[in-house]
Design a binder for this molecule. Structure first.
Ligand code: CA
Ligand code: CA
Length: 297
């Protein structure tokens, strides 16, 4: 099989294309009886700063390397406990021990901790291991959601976060729209030295993704901040944990017809804060393949 694929690659430059006789492609990894429906690996966990980043109640030991951050996130997901992605742009990338088939309807689920009026949407991205090397260095496709055509939705939006000089300080940010702000230090609730990820040694880092309009508001009648639900298509958004591979689109917004996927990324999609609740941050509690429960193809 590999020799055949290599020959085609050299001759036709169509690396990763479907091979005759193997309808889902040479790198498709079918599920079998031993496969787990849950994410088997965390490839990257790079949150934006946030109140739950390095929180001593959920992070017993300081996380000092990206590898340790991935291991910590995987343990949390295995225990069905939340992993916070922090403020805008923070993300996690997971993979499975098999490929997730596009079954037409909902092929997989991303679990969050939203309830109505407490939605912190995350954009879901998917990728196929086109080059068959087992790592997510392939093209990412954003899944279309209800806000795709919203005039306030911004693609390729970036936020740069600046490491504080010392403990107990806000984390400053600036964005690609020329705005500035802070992730507020909330001494009453979260007392770790800093909300900037401890394992990011750089003095600043930049996260880029799609930004949705923040709809949060203060409800003076009961003194509560409300983070309203979006219609559909986002992680940690009340009303829908399930996702269709058929919603994948390319950078121009055109639908791409993926037969299966190997990797999922979730990224916080709003840049906003809600008073005493602090910054909006997507949380994920698990990733589950739903295609395994339908009849095998
Ligand atoms: Ca949440
Ligand atoms: Ca790859």
């Amino acid at each position: 099989m590999f020799v055949v694929a290599l020959a085609i690659t050299v001759a036709g430059c169509n690396y990763g294309n479907i091979i005759e006789g193997d309808p889902l492609g040479e790198y498709y990894r079918p599920a079998d009886a031993s496969s787990s429906p849950y994410a088997s690996k965390v490839f990257e966990y790079t949150p934006a700063p946030g109140q739950f980043i390095g929180e001593p109640n959920i992070t017993p030991a300081l996380i000092l390397t990206p590898e340790a951050a991935c291991a910590w996130a995987k343990e949390r997901l295995d225990a069905k406990k939340f992993v916070s992605l922090g403020a805008f742009g923070g993300f996690i990338v997971v993979g499975f021990d098999h490929s997730i088939v596009n079954i037409g309807g909902y092929s997989f689920a991303v679990y969050g901790n939203a309830f109505t009026g407490s939605s912190e949407p995350g954009i879901v991205w998917v990728a196929v291991d086109d080059n068959g090397n087992g790592i997510p260095d392939d093209t990412w496709y954003e899944l279309r959601g209800s806000e795709y055509s919203n005039e306030y939705t911004l693609r390729n939006y970036s936020v740069t976060y600046y490491k504080p000089d010392g403990p107990g300080q806000d984390v400053r940010w600036s964005d690609s729209e020329g705005q500035e702000g802070t992730i507020d230090y909330m001494a009453t609730f979260h007392t770790q030295d800093s909300y900037y990820p401890q394992w990011i040694a750089a003095e600043q880092y930049t996260l880029t993704g799609t930004r949705l309009k923040a709809n949060n508001y203060y409800q003076s009648s009961n003194g509560m901040w409300i983070n309203p639900d979006y219609d559909w298509g986002y992680a940690d958004n009340f009303g829908g944990d399930r996702f269709r591979i058929g919603d994948a689109m390319d950078a121009e917004g055109k639908a791409v017809n993926l037969k299966y996927i190997d990797f999922i990324k979730v990224q916080t999609a709003v840049n906003a804060k809600s008073g005493q609740l602090g910054e909006l941050s997507t949380e994920v509690l698990g990733f589950e393949d739903l295609s395994m429960y339908t009849s095998p193809r």
